[in-house]
Design a protein around this ligand. Structure first.
Ligand code: SF4
Length: 208
């Protein structure tokens, strides 16, 4: 089975899933979308109104901002993969519950194992907590960490959720700067240490 076929299979399983109650009252499942060969995988929280209507991730105002941020580092949406911790929209956009996140976890895990991106970018605290539990996004946003997951080492960069950036000029400035780091890590040599590179990136940011 190709990677693309595997992602389609996961999407079909998501569409039929009733492992938690979130599927009730939704229009469409939102399994995630993008390239099976993506070097960068973005993981948000869960679908909102427009995502539920279309079945696609990040298509509302936050999605438009995400597209602009991608353009700022010369990436197109079709080159990356965008997914969520939760695949069905919680009613009234409430926060997902721990047991709902746990029920949905195997789908995201399998998407990561299938795509094997070089960089995972977490958007918001729920996806950050998946890889870096106990951390605070205000303290670690924009930092790159090595995280071992399913027998592979990933570079994980935590960022604010784009919806938060739409509500705050300060967070907007932070997320724009943090996005530039994705580009630097994509251009990085494979065996450099992420921590070392972070220091280099931070030095370069001071020069901009
Ligand atoms: S949110 Fe996830 S676990 Fe819950 S029904 Fe949807 S796909 Fe299944």
């Amino acid at each position: 089975m190709t990677k693309e076929e595997k992602l389609k299979e996961i999407a079909q399983q998501v569409a039929q899933c009733q492992k938690c109650s979130l599927y009730q009252g939704t229009n469409k499942a939102v399994p995630g979308d993008g390239s099976s060969e993506a070097k960068v995988m973005f993981i948000g929280e869960g679908p909102g109104y427009w995502e539920d209507q279309t079945g696609l991730p990040f298509v509302g105002a936050a999605g438009k901002l995400l597209d602009k941020l991608l353009q700022s580092i010369e990436l197109e949406r079709k080159e990356v993969f965008i997914g969520n911790v939760i695949k069905h929209r919680p009613s009234e956009n409430r926060d997902p519950l721990p047991d709902e996140i746990e029920a949905c976890r195997p789908f995201l895990d399998e998407q990561i194992r299938t795509i094997k991106p070089k960089i995972i970018v977490t958007l918001g605290r729920y996806s950050m907590n998946k890889f870096l539990p106990g951390e605070k996004i205000s303290q670690i946003h924009g930092q790159a960490r090595y995280v071992d997951f399913s027998e592979k080492r990933y570079i994980v960069i935590s960022m604010y959720h784009p919806a938060a950036a739409l509500r705050s000029g300060r967070i907007m400035d932070e997320i724009k700067k943090d996005f530039l780091k994705i580009k630097l890590f994509l251009e990085d040599q494979p065996n450099k240490k992420a921590a070392t590179k972070t220091e280099e990136v931070d030095q370069q940011m001071k020069l901009i």
